[in-house]
Design a protein around this ligand. Structure first.
Ligand code: ZN
Length: 339
């Protein structure tokens, strides 16, 4: 073999190790096809793809992966070239099958994910209730009770709907920008006939310390188009609530949002109606818009400015009833949405 031939051979080998196969599927395309998200552990050169409750752990160079931490799953070739991941067409189509949403009959609609957004957090306490009751100063921050109720709600929903993705915008006392709040929900892949439920949780305040009760908001499309929400017409004095009402990604505020709001109000009434006030749903305009993707509501749990209500909102059993009320409303909605 001549020197020239050896050189050509070396160059070919060199090239081969940097060029993925012609039909290799690059990572972004794979994520697109499967709807999965990747978490990469660069220390162990190990990746995790997840969508909903399905999790596949894999490593480049190994042809088999692990499904949901228990099952071995043959996927085929995965390689790392120049710091980028490539999947053979075989691996890509196997993964696609693993992550495909469960087969549903006919045109059945399906709720893929439930996104719970506890208002405020971190440097933003939300509304603060401070009362002197029996010589004792009682102080309550909106950010804390909305997180508490949101966590309980997540547990209830995750237990009932293991196949659905149940997400919190924040699971701790941190500040999120409005963009960060909605980013996760907007990332979820929603196929035709699928929907995400978007739920924002807040507590109320009023200059009138007699005001009490829970209420649920939805936004009719006319607000969206004219971008008309201002504090006075909406009767809202929490700027954060106004911001959310103005920015939830939604060209389709729909009849679904109204139904969801009504279901939640009704079941909150069943849980706490005897002690609190049912203030109802806050927009009664009735619009039918086709193809809802994200029925969205905003729940106000009660008024921290009312001395009686603040005592209830400090009570763990009461917060549990609020979570249960919202949970029951959501399940009723899902049952009728998916039937
Ligand atoms: Zn708020």
């Amino acid at each position: 073999m001549t020197v020239k031939r050896i050189l050509i051979l070396l160059i070919t080998i060199q090239f081969a190790s940097f060029l993925p196969a012609a039909d290799a599927v690059p990572l972004p395309q794979l994520l697109d096809r499967t709807g999965a998200r990747l978490a990469w552990d660069s220390y162990r050169d190990h990746g995790t793809l997840s969508r909903g409750t399905t999790i596949v752990s894999f490593a480049p160079g190994r042809r088999s992966a692990v499904l949901n931490s228990t099952e071995n799953l043959f996927i085929g070739e995965v390689s790392m070239e120049d710091g980028a991941l490539y999947f053979s067409e075989e691996a890509a189509s196997r993964l696609e099958a693993v992550f495909a949403p469960p087969e549903r009959t006919g045109d059945g609609r399906y709720v893929t994910a439930i996104y719970i957004d506890p208002g405020h957090g971190g440097k933003d306490p939300g509304t603060i209730g401070r009362h002197r009751i029996n010589g004792q100063v009682i102080e309550l921050h909106e950010k804390d009770i909305v997180l508490d109720v949101s966590r309980r709600l997540r547990e209830m929903l995750a237990q009932r709907y293991p196949e659905k993705e149940v997400m919190l915008s924040r699971d701790e006392d941190i500040y999120l920008t409005l963009e960060e709040r909605t980013a996760l929900a907007n990332e979820v892949e929603v196929a035709k006939n699928e929907a995400i439920i978007y739920l924002s949780i807040h507590a109320n305040a009023s200059l009138n310390s007699n005001a009490t009760g829970f209420e649920v908001w939805y936004l009719p499309p006319e607000y969206r188009r004219r971008n008309l929400i201002d504090a006075r017409t909406a009767g809202v004095d929490d700027p954060d609530v106004l911001n959310i009402l103005n920015t939830i990604r939604e060209e389709e505020f729909t009849i679904e949002s109204v139904l969801l709001a009504q279901n939640i109000v009704d079941s909150l009434d069943t849980q706490v109606g005897a002690v609190s006030t049912n203030r109802g749903i806050k927009e009664e305009s009735w619009y039918v818009v086709r193809n809802a993707k994200m029925p969205s509501v905003l729940v106000e749990l009660g008024f921290v400015t009312n001395p009686g209500e603040i005592m209830r909102l400090r009570d763990s059993d009461y917060l549990n009833k609020l979570a249960l009320g919202i949970y029951n409303g959501i399940s009723t909605f899902i049952t009728s949405f998916e039937e």
